[in-house]
Design a protein around this ligand. Structure first.
Ligand code: NAI
Length: 394
């Protein structure tokens, strides 16, 4: 099949197998160029391992620490005339590269929120991996079926307490417009917390612990976001921010528990980046396009792989793990630098459809977005007929 991007709103419904492979290889090369991380993890479980921050953490654990990695994710294989999802191809490429480098890699595609998948993963870990020394929790999902009650929760991206209007961008067309969002109901807040809060993370840790699958000194990390005051109404003070507060308080609870055996449970507050999850949030993609322009100009720009390399190298496996007053690792330190945010605010006031190409890094945003689906990578034969039915080794 000749695979071309088909963009519908903020998703791309096709993915290029060779392009995804090239994207994974780029990230592996970056990590290798940074050298080994001393004292890193050796047996790692990554929940949400196929794209974005989870994939980048898996690549860092494998290629900078020599870790065996078990990846859990929800992706679809190719079907008839449809390509597989990008995360499917990413995982196929990662697994091939890891095994070629003599590293153990195992995978399960399915609903990580379900008891069925949790049990399946634990059984395979017990047989094939033994106790885990790092559990990465990097899920981003619009819904969750509760494993005990069967209730289906939907997460929403809304302000809380007050209606909110601001600029947003249609990133595919480059159109800047006003978006008005109604305040969430209490039920929407609760549902978003149930999807993106910490309950499921805690269920994973409790189950792994009860099966004897947490090695002494095991660490676990989940990802959060804070961002600038500009996006507070839609992010930090919105429904998703409430869920992140829940995730952060779960980290403190799990940290008390794991520290009994010398372990840690931490939240890392990451930088805003183009991923499949972030492109769905109103207002934020315009902020990211501006942020990229400024951070690139200042030589501060990082992608998922640079952030996750820094997380493992400079924080989680450094001699001392620096955290903020609330116990969080801050990888958003450069994003939130005052000089960066002063410039973001200046551009935010002026940006419109007419000047968006000049004032922001919209072109960089669009290129990054396409890269998530394997398009626009050097050396990939985009005009050629390629097999899209690529297997992922279990
Ligand atoms: P992403 O969309 O690239 O990755 C989500 C992962 O979750 C994928 O591997 C997907 O297969 C998996 N997944 C989703 N539903 C699942 C399910 N039911 N069962 C199993 N796997 C499932 O998202 P991204 O951006 O990497 O997000 C990961 C975490 O990082 C999230 O907690 C997000 O809030 C956080 N974060 C993201 C930032 C950003 O700017 N992208 C910034 C700071 C934090």
């Amino acid at each position: 099949m000749v695979v071309e991007p088909k963009i519908l709103g903020f998703i791309c419904t096709t993915a290029h197998p060779n392009g995804c492979q090239a994207h994974v290889r780029q990230q592996i090369e970056y990590v290798k160029s940074r050298g080994a991380i001393e004292g890193g993890p050796k047996n790692v479980l990554v929940i949400g391992a196929s794209t974005g921050y989870g994939l980048a953490t898996r690549i860092t654990a494998a290629f900078a620490c020599g870790a065996a990695t078990f990846g859990v994710y929800f992706e679809k294989p190719a079907d008839g005339g449809r390509t597989a999802t990008a995360g499917w191809y990413n995982t196929a490429a990662f697994t091939e590269a890891a095994r070629a480098a003599g590293l153990k890699a195992a995978n399960v595609s399915g609903d990580a929120f379900s008891d069925e998948i949790k049990n399946q993963v634990c059984e395979r870990l017990a047989k094939e991996f033994g106790p885990i020394d790092l559990v990465v929790y990097s899920l981003a999902s619009p819904r969750r079926t509760h494993p005990k009650t069967g209730e289906v929760f939907q997460s929403t991206l809304k302000p809380v307490g007050k209606d909110y209007a601001n600029k947003t961008i249609d990133t595919a067309r480059g159109v800047v417009r006003e978006v008005a969002l109604q305040t969430a109901t209490e039920d929407e807040v609760r549902q978003t917390e149930m999807v993106m809060g910490g309950e499921d993370w805690k269920m994973w840790i409790e189950l792994l612990e009860s099966r004897g699958l947490l090695a002494p000194g095991c660490k676990t990390v989940a990802y959060s976001y804070i961002g600038p005051t500009l996006t507070y109404p839609i992010y930090r003070h919105g429904t998703i921010g409430r869920a992140k507060e829940h995730l952060e308080s779960t980290a403190r609870e799990l940290d008390k528990r794991l520290s009994a055996t010398g372990g840690r449970a931490l939240v890392a507050v990451n930088k805003a980046l183009v991923t499949q999850a972030s492109s769905a949030i109103p207002v934020v993609p315009l902020y990211i396009a501006i942020l990229y322009k400024i951070m690139k100009a200042k030589g501060l720009h990082e992608g998922c792989i640079e952030q996750m390399d820094r997380l493992l190298r400079d924080f989680l496996y450094a001699r001392y793990t620096r955290v903020d007053d609330e116990g969080r690792i801050r990888l958003d330190d450069w994003e939130l630098r005052e000089d960066v945010q002063v410039e973001v605010e200046k551009i935010w006031k002026d940006v419109s459809t007419e000047n968006v190409g000049e004032l922001t890094d919209l072109a960089g945003y669009q290129a990054e977005f396409l890269k998530l689906f394997g398009f626009g990578l050097p050396g990939v034969p985009y005009g050629a007929d390629v097999p899209v039915d690529v297997p992922v080794p279990a």
